[in-house]
Ligand binder design. Structure first.
Ligand SMILES: [Zn+2]
Length: 307
């Protein structure tokens, strides 16, 4: 449990499993934490059904103790990022095959109101100005990621409504809700092209070849400069040692090239209660447009709060 902060800006990011906070938006978290923002990671499940992706650690005693090990890995990553973290207490749904049912009692099999209740209570207690989660696709077709999106949207709205979830704390309206645009096709293409132009072997060609080049459905509304935190992001990811597949495409590229050609983490502003901030009509352009209108998740909030 955390102790309530005295004031200032608060950022809540909601993830499905331990390690997701380190692979999507981690440099953003490290940057804001270093600037004094109170950053809290809410992790919906314990990652109990995750595979051991690192062959060096794929041993029976590791698989048998994965719940505890993933908690320790999460704690190490949390420390590296300089943030706070709380588990919401649900059980990983795993990645069922096409005709397989969800395991009984898992996170994705919960009724929405049950699954969202701990997050409603957390939002009312922590009182975040900004909340980040996945878009409706989950960003990745894992049932827990899709459920994390649903639960976060539900909790973002319901936490503000005194008639909903009675007994779960005083209502709180977070000012903004963002979706990650991490690990997009555009990012992989840009990295691949930059490596190829510089004569560096790219591992991304195969991935891109199987990825339809359709325009993104969500506009990039916000780009957060955080290249000087990429090393922190990488260290946090490596702390999830059982989850790091050696040579995986998004870990294998040269960091100096990444800092040069894509020095930001990008977001889509999905909801905003900040007057005049963010999504001004006509300034966003088409989905995926480079005309990002924000370079700060707290744009419009700082002025209101005087922070
Ligand atoms: Zn995940």
């Amino acid at each position: 449990m955390f102790t309530k902060p005295p004031g200032g800006l608060r950022l809540l990011t909601v993830h499905a499993h331990p390690d997701d906070e380190s692979s999507k938006g981690a440099a953003t978290l490290a940057r804001y934490a270093a600037e004094g923002v109170d950053v809290l990671v809410a992790t919906c499940t314990g990652g109990e059904r995750g595979s051991v992706l690192n062959p060096a650690l794929d041993r029976p005693e590791v698989r048998a103790d994965l719940t505890r090990i993933r908690r320790e890995e999460m704690e190490a990553a949390r420390e590296i990022l300089g943030v706070r973290q709380q588990f919401l207490g649900f059980v990983d749904s795993g990645m069922p095959g096409p005709d397989e049912p969800l395991p009984e009692g898992c996170f994705a099999a919960q009724p929405l109101e049950v699954a969202a209740a701990p997050l409603v209570a957390l939002i009312r207690e922590f009182r975040p100005h900004v909340v980040i989660t996945y878009d409706e696709t989950g960003g990745y077709p894992h049932p827990d990621h899709v459920m994390t999106h649903k639960v976060t949207v539900e909790a973002f709205e319901a936490a503000a409504d005194p008639k909903r979830y009675p007994g779960a704390g005083e209502p709180w309206q977070a000012a903004k809700l963002y979706y990650h645009l991490a690990l997009s096709r555009a990012w992989f293409q840009t990295m691949h092209d930059a490596m190829t132009e510089r004569g560096v072997a790219s591992e991304m060609a195969e991935l891109l070849a199987g990825w339809p080049d359709t325009p993104p459905t969500l506009a990039t509304t916000t780009r957060i400069e955080c290249a000087d935190r990429f090393a922190v992001r990488d260290a946090a990811m490596l702390a999830h040692a059982t989850q790091v597949q050696p040579g995986v495409a998004f870990m294998a590229h040269p960091r100096d090239i990444e800092r040069e050609v894509w020095p930001t983490e990008d977001y889509h502003l999905a909801r905003s209660f900040v007057p005049g901030a963010g999504v001004a009509a006509g300034t966003i352009g088409s989905a995926g447009s480079a005309d990002a209108v924000e370079n700060d998740l707290f744009a419009g909030v700082r002025a209101v709060d005087g922070a």
